[in-house]
Every structure is written in structure tokens, then in C-alpha cells.
Design a protein around this ligand. Structure first.
Ligand SMILES: [Zn+2]
Length: 468
């Protein structure tokens, strides 16, 4: 179910309006009964006004049950999540739905939404609740050549390393922070492999909110330092991301802190979907994909799909572009299990820490989207990632962290496998800056030795290296 349920509730109000007139005509014959009836109708008619600002509901992505008109705090579906086990992808991740029926009938829906900052498709009451830091609205670059060779299709790169804390995660953190601000929630806790934590810490600093970040002590040092620098409470644990995830939920339950965990909090998907609105805005006539997305938990992938799906529901686009989920071969728990009856987890060992996940937290929703829209799912080796990272930096000037370079490696895999079709407009999502994880990059990079500071010594070094 997507928009039908909401359509029904609005249709109910139309039904009520039509029958108020008939009821009025009967007033003289049955005065007391109709007085009661009128009161009931009045309440129904004014429901949209009474729920002003509560323009969204939650729907379970597993059982389809809807709950919570508006502002209530919502994590997983109670019924579906009761049998969730540690180490397995959780069931019961919620989706946020809006009044698509009303929006679809605007003369120019996308223009209307854009002019209003997409507030109609966000689960907050006011854009003024968002952090003061510019989040999203990142550049899209187009390249026609790689290594001097003309590409069969122009390559578009969405550079989300230009977000406030240099990663895509800021899109989710900004929305979670705004929701917390609107509901008086002053402390936000998050489990992270690094980027979500440093993002939440930075966004919270800008909003004068408290952030608590639980992360494995194997997280890249730059990301941990970011968390500390922003003044957040950093809790590195001697354990995995999945253990950090469980621990952060316990902290939430015990102390009443708002939880930002990816997918567990459905607002993370809502924040991430905004990239799809921007891509349509930047490539209005050319958005047919394939769109290469790095995948760990499957939340960015689901966000990208949900954004496209909403544009389709509103009649803005006729087809959802092809999306390619790219995982590291050494952390392929989402891709490998897509067609398996039972989920089997294999311990992740990839250098791409941001997508190193044993139990993808949004596995079931991501799988639904991939199957529904005929998406592709591929893996790339760590060596492919390192080579792609260098190729990207040297050809474009964009320095991506390994997880982001994985998406570019996915594009290269399509390019070299001749899988790009005429008319394609490939898009690569660059989700994080290379400066966030220099240690991983160092494995594929040899730094030069220093030379004596005189001209002859420098000239000899240049000749020896074949540069002259
Ligand atoms: Zn459910």
C-alpha cells in the first residue's frame, strides 16, 4: 500500500460534505437526532484543521499496518519487531507517508514542492526547525572523458562530500535534529561506523543539542576526532557496529534519549530521499540512470528509491530510474541475500568502513525496492575500490572515501562490462570525503621520500621518476 489508504481518508471527508446538505433538509423533521449528527459531522469536517501540521503517517514496510497520524515518536512496528534477533536484519522498519492525493492535483507539483522547500514531503512542521548549516543542495558534476577516453555516456557525479560534516549522512541528521527540536528532545543518541556519528555530532553542535555517539573502536580516527571536536559524548566500544547499534537502543530506552539509528528511526530514510528530488531538479530531462549507490545497511538505497517513488506517485516522473546497489565483496550481506529464502550473515572485512555491515538494518525495505523497480545489485573488490578511488581523484579532482569510491567502482564495472546502454545517464553518488579515512587510502598509495632542497637534487629526482 502506498497512497491508496490516504486517498480513502480524504475521500471520506468528501462523502461527509455531500451528505451534510441532505442532513440539513431533514432538520425540521428530526431536530434532536440531527443536532447530534451535525456535531459528529462537524468534528469529521474539521479533522484536517485539528491535525494541521500533522501531515504524515507511518506505515510498516513489512505488514503494511499504519499508525500515528502526525507527530508521535515512532521507531519499529511493534508487531513485526517483537521477534527480531540480534545479528539479523530487523523487521518492522517504518515508512513515512504523506498526502500524495492532494499534492498530485497541484498544477505543477514539483515546482510547488520545490518552492516550499519540500516541506510537504518532510515529517516536520517548519523548515525553520532545520539546522542553520547548509545541508544537501550539493553540486552535480558532468564528465565526458576518463583517462582521456570519451565515455559512451556522460557521467554525472553528485558530490555529497560537500555537506557540513563532509558526508551524505548530514541529510538524515539534519531532519532528525529538526524533529527533535520541534518535540523538545534535547539528547540524540546514535550508533555509527563513523560518518553517522560525526554527522550527528556536528549537526547537534549547530543546534545546541546533545549528541551521544556509540561506535566501534575500529572506526577511522578522523571520524572519532570529529565527534570529540564537535563536543559530543563519544563512546567507542570494543565491539562491532552491530553491538553498538543494540547498545544505543538500550541507552535510548533507559534514558529517554531520541535515537537516530539508521532505519530504526524512519526519519533517516526521509532525510536521505531528498537527494532524489535534487537529482530530478538537476537532470530534469535526463534522469533515467543507472544511479550507482554505495550500500551498507541499505538506507541510502531505500532513501534514493523512496524519493523517486514519491516523484512517480505525484506524476512528476513516469518511471523510476534504474538504481544499482554497489556493495564491497568483503561486506556483501545485502546483495548476496537478495534472492535467498533465509538470511545468512558473513562477517564483513572490507576497508570501506562506512559500508561494512554484518546485518543490514534496512535489508527488507531495500529488497522490496530493488525487486519492485527491477534494480541491479553488484559487488566490487577492495582492490577495485582503491583503484577507483585513485582514478576518480586524478580524473575529476574529487577525493572520495572508500565507501563512496565503491559506487564509482560500480560505474567502472558497468563501463568495462559494456553494460551502459545508449541514452543512459549514469549518476554516481559520492557519499563521503576521502579526508575522513586516510588510513585505508594509504594502502594503495606510496608517499615520496624527501629530497635535498637544491635544484640539482630535485631535477635528478624528477628524471629518475620519469617525470621529465
Ligand atoms: Zn509490521
Amino acid at each position: 500500500m502506498t497512497t491508496e489508504g490516504i486517498d480513502r481518508s480524504w475521500a471520506c471527508n468528501v462523502f461527509v460534505i455531500k451528505h451534510v446538505k441532505a442532513a440539513t433538509n431533514l432538520r425540521k423533521r428530526h431536530p434532536f437526532f440531527l443536532k447530534f449528527l451535525k456535531l459528529g459531522f462537524t468534528i469529521l469536517l474539521f479533522m484536517p484543521v485539528m491535525t494541521k501540521g500533522k501531515h504524515f503517517i507511518f506505515e510498516c514496510s513489512c505488514c503494511g499496518v499504519q499508525s500515528g497520524f502526525g507527530t508521535q515518536l515512532m521507531y519499529l512496528c511493534n508487531a513485526c519487531s517483537k521477534d527480531n534477533k540480534s545479528g539479523e536484519p530487523p523487521r518492522g522498519v517504518m515508512k513515512v507517508l504523506y498526502d500524495y492525493h492532494r499534492l498530485r492535483h497541484k498544477p505543477k507539483p514539483f515546482k510547488y514542492l520545490k518552492n516550499r522547500g519540500f516541506i510537504d514531503l518532510l515529517p516536520i512542521s517548519s523548515l525553520s526547525s532545520l539546522p542553520p548549516l547548509r545541508t544537501g543542495r550539493t553540486p552535480l558534476y558532468t564528465f565526458n572523458k576518463l583517462d582521456g577516453k570519451l565515455l559512451p555516456a556522460p557521467l554525472h557525479i553528485k558530490d555529497d562530500s560537500q555537506n557540513p560534516t563532509w558526508s551524505f549522512k548530514d541529510r538524515a541528521s539534519a531532519l532528525v535534529s529538526a524533529f527533535a527540536a520541534e518535540h523538545g528532545l534535547s539528547t540524540i543518541v546514535v550508533a555509527s561506523t563513523g560518518n553517522a556519528g560525526s554527522s550527528m555530532a556536528g549537526i547537534c553542535a549547530s543546534m545546541k543539542q546533545r549528541a551521544v555517539v556509540v561506535l566501534p573502536d575500529s572506526a577511522p580516527e578522523a571520524k572519532l576526532r570529529q565527534v570529540v571536536m564537535y563536543g559530543a559524548k563519544a563512546l567507542p566500544i570494543k565491539g562491532t557496529y552491530d553491538q553498538a547499534f543494540e547498545l544505543s537502543i538500550e541507552l535510548s530506552n533507559q534514558f529517554g534519549w531520541y535515537n537516530r539509528n539508521t532505519a530504526y528511526n524512519p526519519l533517516t530514510i526521509e532525510g536521505k530521499k531528498t537527494v532524489s528530488f535534487e537529482l530530478f531538479d538537476q537532470l530534469p530531462e535526463l534522469l533515467n540512470g543507472p544511479v550507482f549507490v554505495p550500500v551498507g545497511d541499505g538506507v541510502i538505497l531505500s532513501g534514493v528509491y523512496k524519493g523517486f517513488d514519491e516523484l512517480k506517485s505525484l506524476g512528476v516522473i513516469t518511471e523510476v530510474p534504474k538504481v544499482v546497489a554497489v556493495q564491497a565483496a568483503q561486506s556483501d550481506n545485502l546483495v548476496r541475500n537478495l534472492h535467498q529464502p533465509d538470511f545468512i550473515s558473513i562477517r564483513s572485512t572490507t576497508i570501506a568502513d562506512s559500508i561494512s555491515v554484518d546485518a543490514p538494518r534496512n535489508f527488507y525495505m531495500a529488497r522490496q525496492f530493488i525487486h519492485a523497480f527491477d534494480g541491479d545489485a553488484i559487488t566490487v573488490s577492495d582492490n577495485d575500490i582503491l583503484q577507483a578511488s585513485a582514478l576518480l581523484a586524478q580524473n575529476t579532482g574529487l577525493f572520495a572515501e572508500p565507501a563512496a569510491a565503491a559506487a564509482f567502482a560500480g560505474f567502472l564495472s558497468y563501463l568495462h562490462g559494456n553494460k551502459l546502454r545508449p541514452g543512459d545517464n549514469p549518476v554516481v553518488l559520492l557519499t563521503g570525503s576521502g579526508l575522513k579515512d586516510l588510513k585505508s587510502i594509504a594502502k594503495g598509495l606510496t608517499l615520496p621520500e624527501s629530497v635535498h632542497p637544491d635544484f640539482r637534487s630535485v631535477e635528478r629526482t624528477l628524471e629518475k621518476s620519469g617525470y621529465l
